[in-house]
Design a protein around this ligand. Structure first.
Ligand code: NIG
Ligand code: FE
Length: 426
């Protein structure tokens, strides 16, 4: 990752509270998942795009110690600070929308019926294929701006709405250009020009994988009835692993098809969704190194059962939470809103929700030594909340609570017109 803030010093002072996941391990599970350090009346000092120090205001004088050259101060009164949020599962590269289907679902059509009738994912594939690379790059940048205003400073995004060589590779490039970590979702759906999933995979693995492996960090597959079965998923993921990609799976969204055993067998980084996971899957995931990524906005948006988060956490699984931002099953880019759902629907504590969308999400993306904590040496990515208590990030349901977003020690976004906007002193 680059250090855009090189050479600058930024001091955020007089924060009402600062909260960060405890320790240095990643991913965290068990009691560590809910362990958050909270500092009242706090400061954070950023230097060269990194966190130099943080602590109580009374310790600030000794922390400053050097010349004040290039010191910019933000007044944090009434603000609380948490680490920049990490969205480890989005489909932010798409054109068009599915607002018509949204209305049809309200009238009773199911997500699977729309998909089987050639709508759903395939309707976004048509729009994305005809958009062109420049429009796709604009779309990802626009979506990235929405995420940033909600406090996301690191995001992953998947391809998967191209499903041809040109559009899949253009999608991966657009994601990288917008600063995202790219995942090749080459096995999202079977496009209509192929007779079946096997024939499509022959093409994707021969024609797209070699270049996708240079652009993406990981590969992902939709393992589900009507998409790819377990043998097809194994074939796809094995080839992707041999090409050097990390592995992710969309699994147990509607039905259990063996995603958790396959993820463990292949050493995947994560298995995502888990709304349909039963007791055996919970036990196996908890005993493994695979992170379970929970997507409660998707369950809410499709009016599905929530994933068994409490049981997973109590069994000792490492869990992350993410938006699943996409036009069909979760048109939601806000990790604070997802954190509200994590507390109210998944029954995580605010501290567990914070770890799940910072350090554990960073672990899924392989960047947990850089981001996900406010700790000395980490990238200076910080969210300033318009709140006297850090737990407002989950408590303020759908609230406009992000006052400013710091990325690499620079103010990347601030709600300037609002009363509580941080005041620049120099
Ligand atoms: O994670 N389930 C598969 N893929 C996405 C939805 C994509 C879409 O509906 O466009 C998901 O929910
Ligand atoms: Fe998804």
């Amino acid at each position: 990752m680059s250090d855009p803030g090189r050479g600058r010093r930024l001091l955020i002072r007089d924060l009402a509270q600062l909260a960060t996941p405890t320790g240095a391990d990643a991913p965290v599970r068990g009691p560590a998942l809910g362990a958050v350090d909270v500092v009242d009346e706090a400061y954070v000092l950023c230097e060269d795009g990194r966190i130099a120090s943080f602590g109580p205001m009374r310790a600030l004088d000794s922390a400053l110690g050097k010349s004040d050259d290039e010191l910019v101060e933000l007044d944090g009164r009434t603000l609380s600070a948490i680490p920049g949020l990490v969205d480890c599962h989005t489909h932010a590269c798409f054109a068009g929308d599915r607002v018509d289907e949204f209305e049809l679902r309200a009238a009773g059509a199911s997500y699977e019926e729309l998909h089987a009738a050639g709508g759903g994912i395939l309707s976004t594939v048509r729009a994305t294929r005809s958009a062109g690379e420049a429009a796709l790059a604009n779309a990802v940048r626009r979506h990235r701006g929405w995420m940033r205003r909600a406090g996301t400073t690191t995001f992953e995004a998947k391809s998967g709405y191209g499903l041809d060589r040109e559009t899949e590779l253009a999608s991966l490039r657009a994601i990288r250009e917008a600063g995202g970590i790219a995942t090749w979702l080459g096995a999202h759906a079977v496009p209509p020009e192929f007779a079946d999933a096997d024939e499509y995979l022959d093409f994707a693995l021969a024609e797209v994988l070699p270049e996708a492996a240079r652009l993406a960090d990981a590969a992902d597959v939709f393992l589900e009835e009507g998409a790819f079965d377990v043998e097809q998923a194994r074939r796809y993921l094995t080839a992707c692993r041999e090409a050097g990609l990390e592995l992710r799976l969309h699994g147990d969204q509607f039905t259990e098809q063996g995603a958790i055993p396959l993820a463990i067998e292949l050493g995947a980084r994560s298995v995502d969704h888990l709304e349909a996971t039963g007791d055996e899957g919970i036990r196996r995931l908890a005993e493994s190194d695979v992170v379970g990524v929970l997507l409660p906005a998707s369950a809410l948006f499709l009016d599905r059962p929530m994933p068994p988060a409490r049981a997973l956490v109590e069994a000792g699984a490492a869990v992350a939470i993410a938006t699943d931002f996409n036009p069909g099953s979760s048109f939601c880019e806000s990790l604070p809103l997802v954190s509200s759902l994590a507390v109210t629907q998944l029954r995580l504590t605010p501290a567990q929700a914070l770890s799940a969308c910072t350090v554990n999400a960073a672990s899924v993306l392989g960047v947990a030594d850089e981001v996900g904590r406010i700790a000395s040496g980490y990238r200076a990515d910080i969210v300033l909340l318009d709140a006297p208590d850090w737990r407002y990030f989950a408590y303020h349901l759908g609230g406009d609570l992000v006052a400013a977003v710091i990325e690499g020690g620079e103010v990347a976004w601030s709600r300037s017109e609002e009363r509580s906007e941080p005041e620049r002193r120099r």
